[in-house]
Design a protein around this ligand. Structure first.
Ligand SMILES: [Zn+2]
Length: 321
């Protein structure tokens, strides 16, 4: 299974990706399985996009160890355009430039892969500039857009991409339980808001930790095996590889906490939307709360500190505001 082993718990998505990668092989006759424009949503979508890119750029369909795989996973492969956005929005000029680069022929691989992270930050005009490119991407270009949910991109984009959603590991979904979602509705004062924020962040962190630890141990074990550990001694190359691996694992855990918090915020926004539809409460105040939630999502996506962000949010969600 190669690179996809890392996300083998994604029982729905992995077979789709494996089939697509297989069909992408130049001699394949199953090309209808391959799609040139994707939208990855949900938990760990950005990592999944890199893994999929590796399976397309690697000569062996994503072995996980060759230099194509390694450079793709590090985001530095020559035929990979990895677009991360620090700004509030992705503007039309950025997209035009990107569309141009995406149309170049691949230099060493069969494909040029464009990963557009935070596609939810496309302005409407930028999204429109992207339409033609993702509708007729060219035989050798593959677009992978990433957004928290498919509702986060405009419908004209959504209708032109194949949506693949990734689910949070079971241990993490527990944290978005009814209990967490009830918390904000029970806040009476600022102290209560801080306590609720601390509880939510704590649950997201411990959930991510539990899942990450299990993954980490397994990966380190495999890496040591691959580097031929004898006794407690590792080769110099082996210790370097393990260090790199551990660095990646650390940032994955941070991403997991962010993804978990983002899921909680989306679920929370839905609860307030339901409240709005049912006509319960002051609709202006509820709208303001939904805005505050979306604002917090944006700040987390820009790497704001989780606790501070959640504290500010919980203060604006408390009763009577
Ligand atoms: Zn490879």
């Amino acid at each position: 299974m190669g690179v996809f082993e890392e996300i083998e718990d994604q029982k729905q998505a992995v077979p789709v990706l494996v089939a697509a990668a297989k069909a992408a092989g130049i001699d394949s006759s199953e090309s209808q399985e391959m799609t040139h424009a994707w939208l990855f949503t949900g938990f760990g979508r950005e990592r999944a996009a890199l893994l999929f890119a590796a399976s397309l750029l690697c000569r062996s369909g994503g072995c996980g160890t060759c230099s194509d795989c390694v450079t793709t996973l590090a985001g530095s492969h020559g035929d990979l355009e990895l677009v991360k956005t620090d700004g509030l929005s992705i503007k039309i000029d950025d997209v035009r430039e990107l569309v141009q680069r995406a149309s170049w022929s691949p230099s060493t691989s069969n494909y040029r892969v464009v990963i557009l992270e935070s596609a939810e930050r496309l302005t409407d005009s930028a999204a429109n500039a992207l339409l033609k490119a993702i509708e007729e991407p060219g035989l050798r270009t593959v677009w992978i857009l990433c957004a928290p949910s498919d509702a986060d991109v405009i419908v004209t984009i959504r209708s032109r991409v194949r949506v693949l959603s990734f689910v949070a590991p079971a241990a993490l979904t527990v944290t978005t339980s009814a209990e967490i979602l009830r918390l904000p509705f029970e806040i009476k004062d600022v102290a209560g808001a801080f306590a609720a924020a601390a509880k939510i962040v704590e649950l997201a962190k411990s959930g991510a930790e539990a899942v990450a630890e299990e993954l980490n141990d397994e990966e380190v074990r495999k890496a040591k095996e691959a580097w031929g550990q004898q006794g407690s001694k590792l080769t110099a190359g082996g210790s370097k590889a393990i260090k790199e691996l551990e660095k990646g694992q650390k940032s994955r855990q941070t991403r997991m906490v962010h993804d978990t918090l983002d899921t909680i915020l989306l679920d929370l926004a839905v609860k307030y939307r339901d409240q709005l539809v049912s006509g319960a409460g002051d609709s202006v105040a509820v709208l303001r709360k939904i805005d505050a939630i979306m604002d917090a999502r944006g700040r987390l996506a820009r790497n704001a500190a989780p606790l501070l962000t959640m504290e500010a949010l919980m203060v604006s969600l408390r009763a009577g505001v």
